[in-house]
Write a protein that binds this ligand. Structure first.
Ligand code: TNX
Length: 512
């Protein structure tokens, strides 16, 4: 008792907090505006979090921050405690709708000696601001300031909002299967850098990874294999719901992809009436593309797809359904167009917005549908001329499965070698001249999994490059600078190491 009352006294005494520069804190993505005030906030065991606002998820976001502070510093601030001592440091979460915010993810952080105020129009925006707070907390406490450990947080203001409202990564769980735990870890890492979209490539020639209750052989047969001959695997609908719920706690939208009419060997082996090639069907464990297709002229194929889209849509709260549509080299062009036209109607019937790889722009697509540019600028241009919006995933710049260089242990290089600087140095707003900024939904970095089969290999390809894509999609071009970024990136090691991430230690970065 004596000891604790002693430290209470200490907590209330005046402590000279150090002068820290908030503009030198290695934040990624770099915020829109940072103004230092050269003092610091006292984060310590007396700090509490107080939330004010009607969005009931605000308190959840506050608890999320408390958990993360506990993970990093070993102290867990109380959230909305009944009582608190005057003079103890407070982190306020204030939902503020009165101001005209640039968008629903914008936030303002005002840090002074005794308080930190996070203002935001929504819990979602507060969650983005929380990532900034996490990054501002120093790795080690300063125990010379007081009798108890203090984590001094640089003071000043941060005003921030995203350049693009869609900041995604795709994970291919079809070529190699990844577990729910793996996907959750990927979500943890992406959320820290303010990503808000996780696209799951759920089906391909080598595997069908999502349970469809009305067509059980898809996973029984089609889910049994993967590239290289290992046993595959699949998500039950309960597993998928768990991923979706976890993503939602991180204010991330899950986009399910069922790739068709090509990339469908696993489905056709499970139910041969789907096949449109007429060739003998067998499970496939290689990495070729373009050899499979659905039979686009059979009504039973569309009845099947109606079930698939209905079941997946019912457990997907996000607005999108991705139909793939890439590399359908075994589908005749008029059949392809007919197919995409019909599937678009099914997707719309279940209340979703259709996304497809850029080839879908060749069909008579509705302007509300979205094209994902990966290789063919002409397709992307066609999409824009049809009034569609475009997601930018240029393979030469944004493919996480490309090797860093010729020595890379994993990855492919058909599009390019993509070292860490090449991944960062390009401008999504001008990359395809025919796509004006207002037609760009955002940026997505796809991670195809032909050459990776476990979480360490996944992390090797995704990190550190995904961190650069976070900045490319969140931060304004005028605030981005490679020389500055590479220093901030070098300082991500404490986080990556705490999270046990097997990142690729690129020699182009002077890692700390
Ligand atoms: C092309 S990108 C594909 C995928 C492969 C990837 C490998 C796209 C829409 N299709 O099927 O996995 O290259 O980099």
């Amino acid at each position: 008792f004596l000891i604790s009352s002693y430290s209470c006294e200490k907590a209330r005494e005046e402590i000279d907090m150090p002068s820290l520069d908030i503009s030198k804190q290695h934040l990624i993505p770099i915020p829109s505006k940072v103004v230092p005030s050269n003092s610091s906030f006292r984060l310590d065991s007396f700090t509490r979090i107080v939330t004010q606002g009607e969005d009931e998820r605000l308190a959840e976001v506050a608890s999320f921050l408390a958990d993360k502070i506990s993970q990093k510093a070993g102290i867990r601030p109380e959230v909305n405690p009944e009582t608190g001592n005057e003079g103890d440091p407070v982190i306020f979460f204030r939902q503020e709708n009165g101001v005209s915010w640039p968008d629903q993810e914008a936030y303002r952080l005002s840090i002074s000696k005794d308080s930190m105020i996070l203002e935001a129009p929504t819990a979602e925006a507060a969650f983005r601001g929380v990532q900034t707070i996490r990054q501002l907390i120093p790795e080690v406490s300063n125990d010379t300031l007081a009798e108890h450990p203090i984590w001094p947080v640089a003071s000043g203001t941060v005003e921030d909002h995203p350049n693009f409202g869609f900041r995604g990564s795709m994970l291919d769980v079809a070529r190699h299967f990844f577990s729910v735990e793996d996907v959750k870890k990927y979500i943890d890492l992406l959320a820290y850098y303010k990503f808000n979209v996780l696209h799951l490539h759920l089906t391909d020639d080598q595997g069908w990874r999502i349970e469809i209750k009305s067509w059980p052989k898809l996973t029984e047969v089609g889910g049994s294999t993967e590239v290289g001959g290992e046993a595959g695997g699949f998500f039950t609908q309960e597993d998928y719901k768990e991923i979706v719920a976890y993503a939602s706690e991180h204010f991330m939208t899950v986009i399910p992809e069922v790739d068709m009419p090509g990339h469908t060997n696993a489905a056709s082996v499970s139910y041969p009436f789907l096949d449109g090639t007429g060739k003998p069907l067998k499970l496939y464990e290689g990495t070729r593309v373009g050899f499979s297709t659905f039979d686009t002229r059979k009504d039973t194929v569309y009845a099947f797809l109606d079930d698939v889209v209905r079941e997946i849509s019912a457990i997907t709260p996000g607005p999108y359904f991705h139909i793939g549509g890439d590399e359908s080299h075994s589908t005749k062009k008029h059949d392809y167009i007919y197919f995409v036209n019909r599937v678009e109607k099914i997707v719309q019937k279940y209340g979703k917005t259709m996304i497809g790889w850029d080839e879908i722009a060749q069909a008579d697509v509705d302007p509300s549908s979205i094209a994902q540019f990966w290789a063919d600028a002409e397709n992307a241009t066609t999409a824009v001329s049809k009034g569609m919006k475009v997601i930018l995933s240029p393979a030469k710049k944004a493919y996480l499965d490309m090797q860093y260089d010729t020595l890379s242990k994993h990855g492919l290089h058909w599009a390019a070698y993509i070292p860490v600087d090449t991944a960062y140095i390009w401008n999504p707003e001008t990359y395809v001249p025919a796509i004006p900024k207002d037609k760009i939904l955002g940026v997505e970095a796809p991670l195809w999994s032909e050459t990776i089969s476990n979480i360490q290999e996944l992390e090797y390809l995704a990190f550190p490059r995904a961190i650069g894509y976070a900045e490319l999609s969140w931060s304004l071009e005028e605030n981005r600078d490679w020389e500055d970024f590479r220093v901030r990136l070098a300082h991500q090691t404490p986080f990556l190491e705490m999270m046990n991430v097997a990142y690729y230690p690129s020699p182009r970065i002077d890692w700390v």
